[in-house]
Design a protein. Structure first.
Length: 124
């Protein structure tokens, strides 16, 4: 049963990771002003984006470790399990990582796609 869950969860999370990691920065207000703008969660735009990117990097590292093991001649199941355990732990609250005002329109450098905020319901 656990294997089935991992087989479906990992590709879905990988897709979310790629969706949020791709895109271009757009211009809006000057980055210095936008970076220090406070969001409703109490974080600045810059802090929110950095926190989001940090979580996604941790998840990406875990996915890479899994991928490397699956490509190995003799995969280390323990390493796969350890890396796989990181993903759901780091993904907690993922929908909250993308509050309004923390996208490319903020002028702060982010690779998150504008569609995340244009289609929030579908993204969530």
């Amino acid at each position: 049963m656990k294997r089935c869950k991992i087989q479906f969860i990992l590709p879905a999370l990988a897709g979310l990771t790629l969706l949020s990691a791709c895109g271009q920065n757009s211009e809006s207000e000057p980055a210095s002003e936008a970076a220090s703008a406070e969001l409703p969660n109490g974080m600045t735009v810059k802090e929110q984006i950095e926190a989001r990117q940090g979580q996604l990097k941790k998840m990406g590292k875990a996915f890479k470790a899994i991928s490397d093991q699956l490509k190995a001649g003799s995969p280390d199941v323990a390493q796969i399990q350890t890396a796989a355990a990181v993903v759901p732990k780091e993904a907690v609250g993922m929908a909250d990582w993308f509050p309004a005002g923390s996208g490319p329109e903020s002028g702060v450098e982010t690779e998150a796609l504008p569609v995340i905020w244009e289609n929030t319901a579908d993204f969530n």
